[in-house]
Ligand binder design. Structure first.
Ligand code: ATP
Ligand code: MG
Ligand code: MG
Length: 347
């Protein structure tokens, strides 16, 4: 079978490896750490040195197609690979999604609606932007953030200096959105430009970390899903996107507000492993390998996915009928660390 190259070694790469193996593909993971949790499901793992041309050339030579499972990787090496082997999604999707300012400009440009925002490079910028956007607001580092890392809420103007001290620039200031719910749109787009969409999960975060995704989402979310899906499809079309794309939204009284996108499989899609006819991981593999996409139909009436974070109980689900336990093999639990997840399907 052909070999899929995966940039990044986390649990998303690990679950992609399972789906790839089921369809007869090998996976070659390029990851910063030999101990990365994708190692157990990869056919081969090379310690990433993304700027070493010998390593990259070997990797490119061993892969028929390359994808990525995290977005915090320099665009240079990814573009270098793309000149030698097909990379899906296209590196341009990575470039847009890994930079919050590029992302918001892009979404503004195709008629989407992010929170009011302003690019911040100095404390003076921050004061000026706060005067315009108001408080509360959130200052987010432009790059490298995940699980709420690299961002802080500014409750009032007097907090500007200390938050600037903590976060620094380059950053983006966002108005704080009062939302009823958070949800995400997950689509998979094939090489022929045809997309499938999953039921939109309702996502609940705690301390900026996803706790739970549930489908079907409440009516207030479903009422906004059509508009949000249309935006996700415009994003995918504009980027000539191939693979799974996730877009996070706030459901507000004025309709869906775009939060951010991930050019990859997404935590809020883990429920699809048992909860949909074709999982997000399988559809991502199908898309990047040029296969027809599979149906996204729910396998039950209701599906919930609970993340296991830090020292959350990973034993009880083993004796709970119908609970599907996934552990990522990360070793020591640390506060805020995603150790696994549990999916429950109500038939
Ligand atoms: P991840 O990539 O892991 O989803 P992240 O670090 O990129 O997370 P965001 O998605 O930007 O972080 O924010 C994390 C959470 O913080 C959001 O899901 C939401 O609950 C809250 N949040 C972020 N931005 C805003 C905003 N402008 N208004 C209100 N809440 C927000
Ligand atoms: Mg993010
Ligand atoms: Mg997010």
């Amino acid at each position: 079978g052909a070999t899929i190259g995966i940039l990044g070694g986390g649990q998303l790469g690990r679950m992609l490896g399972v789906a790839a193996a089921q369809l007869g593909y090998r996976t070659h993971v390029l990851a910063p750490d030999r101990q990365s949790v994708a190692a157990q499901t990869a056919s081969a793992l090379t310690r990433a040195d993304y700027h070493n041309k010998v390593v990259l050339a070997d990797f490119a030579a061993s892969c028929d197609v390359v994808t990525y499972e995290f977005e915090n990787i320099d665009i240079g090496p990814v573009q270098w690979l793309a000149d030698r082997v097909p990379v899906h999604p296209h590196p341009r999707a990575l470039a847009v999604a890994q930079d919050r300012i590029a992302e918001k400009r892009f979404v503004d440009g195709i008629g989407g609606r992010p929170a009011p925002w302003s690019a911040i490079d100095s404390e003076a910028d921050l004061h000026a932007a706060l005067a315009r956007i108001g408080t509360p607001a959130i200052l987010k580092s432009t790059r490298f953030g995940y699980d709420g890392k690299g961002q802080a809420v500014i409750a009032g103007p007097d907090e500007a200096a200390s938050v600037w001290e903590a976060i620094g620039g380059p950053a983006v200031l966002e108005g704080f959105i009062t939302f009823d719910h958070e949800f995400s749109i997950l689509i998979a787009r094939g090489q022929d430009g045809v997309s499938v969409r999953y039921d939109p999960p309702h996502n609940v975060h705690r301390d900026a970390i996803l706790r739970t995704s549930t489908v079907p989402a409440p009516p207030a979310v479903l009422a906004q899903a059509e508009e949000a899906t249309a935006l996700a499809c415009r994003i995918a079309d504009a980027l000539d996107y191939v693979g799974v794309l996730a877009c996070e939204f706030f459901a507000t009284a004025d309709g869906p507000v775009f939060n951010e996108m991930a050019p990859r499989v997404h935590n809020s899609g883990h429920w699809t492993i048992e909860g949909a006819e074709t999982s997000q991981f399988e559809n991502h593999v199908r898309a990047i390998c040029g296969l027809p996409l599979g149906p996204t139909t729910l396998t039950g009436r209701r599906v919930t996915m609970d993340n296991l974070i830090g020292d959350d109980d990973a034993v009880a689900p083993l004796s709970e009928p119908g609970a599907h336990l996934h552990l990522y093999g990360k070793g020591e639990p640390r506060p805020g660390r995603k150790m696994g997840h549990v999916t429950r399907v109500t038939r």
